[in-house]
Ligand binder design. Structure first.
Ligand SMILES: [Fe+2]
Ligand SMILES: [Fe+2]
Length: 222
């Protein structure tokens, strides 16, 4: 993470990342992935890497307050954060707040600024292993009595429906690296036997290492 202000990074690690402690599918595995994607895009489009890092770090921070409107709650957390005023101008803070407010994949209209397009695209899971990890935990949370086959059928039919309804997942930036990742991901995912083997591996792992119980009893994801 070259170029990132170390004081800012330390502040975020100590004060914002703990907000994700009670989340699994929206926890740090996800946040780290969004940060990585955002920094890749920042590098590609020559954006401000401190803004990119901060947006990615705060983008889901309001989940614990109000899940349905978490993009607005996350935006509020950012704009009310006094520490950030040391590092960013008022104008930069507004740009970052708007980007966070516009990050959701379900959004039909284009985000108001380019950082918003980048964080929305970075929020996508075009990594089958990561998607499976997040999806299985959501399914366990909703259907704690399901067995593996039931979880797999539930997750797979949900995703296939999304793929069939939408064709390709939308990417506002059409960044060539993300486009390639999306296309590879979609191809891999539609290979049902392969996809099932990834779900099975994840299922066996979380059943063994205690994550399964933690998803049911500790994490607040949905
Ligand atoms: Fe989100
Ligand atoms: Fe997110």
């Amino acid at each position: 993470m070259k170029g990132i202000n170390q004081e800012l990074k330390k502040y975020i690690e100590e004060n914002i990342f703990p907000k994700y402690d009670r989340f699994y599918s929206h926890g740090m595995i996800h946040i780290n992935n969004v940060i990585e994607n955002m920094l890749m895009l920042a590098d590609y489009y020559d954006l401000d890497c401190n803004m990119a890092y901060t947006i990615a770090s705060y983008h889901d921070s309001g989940l614990g307050i109000d899940r349905e409107n978490h993009e607005y709650e996350s935006g509020k957390i950012l704009i009310n954060d006094q520490e950030l005023k040391k590092h960013f101008s008022e104008e930069q803070l507004i740009t970052m707040k708007e980007a966070i407010e516009d990050h959701r994949g379900s959004r039909k209209t284009r985000p108001r600024n380019f950082y918003g397009e980048c964080v929305s695209d970075s929020d996508r899971d075009f990594d089958i292993k990561l998607l499976v990890k997040r999806q299985i935990s959501t399914s366990i949370k909703h259907y704690p009595n399901y067995n593996f086959e039931e979880h797999f059928d539930n997750c797979y039919s949900y995703m296939c429906k999304r793929l069939n309804d939408n064709g390709k997942f939308n990417l506002w930036t059409n960044n060539p690296m993300l486009v390639e990742r999306r296309d590879r991901f979609q191809k891999e995912y539609l290979n049902k036997e392969y996809a099932k083997s990834i779900y099975k591996k994840e299922w066996d792992k979380i059943k063994k290492d205690g994550t399964y119980e933690k998803i049911i009893n500790y994490y607040e994801d949905y």
